[in-house]
Design a protein around this ligand. Structure first.
Ligand code: C2E
Ligand code: MG
Ligand code: MG
Ligand code: MG
Length: 247
């Protein structure tokens, strides 16, 4: 199955099977949509919708992530330019192993007339970061150009507060695992993270909010932005247009 996925993925972009979908992020004070996160979708003619958790790792291992990453960043910048909102795009450390991606992105951002800070790169620290210092140096260069850097999936997996400083992050994303966990330990972890982030002037986004109770909790704890099915699911660009045009 893995090799079939890999083979099909090599033509997926050419055949327009890959799309960027977008999920709104809401400012928790104003209740307005202030940003969207780009999420990759693959609609295979026979298999139907294949999730990014399945095909992104294959794309990374088999050298197709560069092309997908450039496509996603291009789509994200188009939405940013059209609506003047903040846009986030997921970038794995594997993508930054290749110096060409960071160089390409840097040039692209310099060419556009919109402020670079509107584009945030969401970094999920995976298991296999090879050359860490090269990746950090590349992120530093993009950061110096004004791009935002988010630490994704805090509270699940490897993300840590140390990375906030190491990567000069501008945003911390609290994973859904922590948002849904009502244990005192989870709430302490979340409280500490929010304090550390805010002390450093870093924005906090809560992910995976599905219920009014979870919304109330993340608001009370001081998160700045929220994202989740309670507000909206990821949607194709046309629906984002409709959402942002609605009065
Ligand atoms: P992520 O960046 O943490 O994205 C959030 C995931 O949570 C998305 O899953 C989103 O659809 C889902 N989600 C949002 N709100 C809710 C909610 O209220 N409840 C629940 N249960 N889930 C919610 P998705 O789209 O399947 O993406 C999974 C992961 O794949 C992403 O996690 C990200 O790490 C990766 N990914 C997606 N697109 C890309 C891409 O273009 N490039 C790279 N490198 N990775 C990507
Ligand atoms: Mg993300
Ligand atoms: Mg996440
Ligand atoms: Mg994730």
């Amino acid at each position: 199955m893995r090799s079939e996925i890999s083979r099909a993925l090599t033509h997926a972009l050419d055949r327009s099977e890959i799309a960027a979908w977008f999920q709104p992020q809401i400012d928790l004070l104003s209740n307005r949509v202030v940003a969207v996160e780009a999420l990759c979708r693959w609609n295979h003619p026979e298999w139907g919708l294949v999730g990014p958790n399945v095909f992104i790792p294959v794309a990374e291992e088999d050298g197709m992530i560069g092309e997908i990453g450039r496509y996603m960043a291009t789509q994200a910048i188009a939405v940013m330019a059209k609506w003047g909102i903040d846009v986030s795009v997921n970038v794995s450390p594997a993508q930054l192993q290749d110096s060409a991606f960071a160089t390409w992105l840097g040039r692209l951002v310099q060419r556009i007339s919109h402020p670079a800070r509107r584009l945030t790169l969401e970094i999920t620290e995976g298991r296999h970061i090879g050359n860490v210092s090269a990746v950090v140096a590349r992120l530093d260069r993009l950061r110096a150009m004004g791009l935002g850097i988010a630490i994704d999936d805090f509270g699940a997996g490897q993300a840590s507060l140390t990375q906030l400083k190491r990567l000069h992050a501008t945003e911390l994303k609290i994973d859904r695992a922590l948002v849904v966990d009502e244990s005192p330990t989870a709430e302490r972890t979340m409280g500490t993270a929010i304090t550390v982030a805010h002390d450093a002037g870093i924005r906090v986004v809560a992910e995976g909010i599905e219920t009014p109770q979870q919304l109330e909790k993340v608001k009370t704890m001081g998160c700045d932005r929220g994202q989740g099915y309670l507000f909206a699911r990821p949607m194709p660009p046309g629906q984002i247009d409709a959402l942002l045009t609605a009065p």
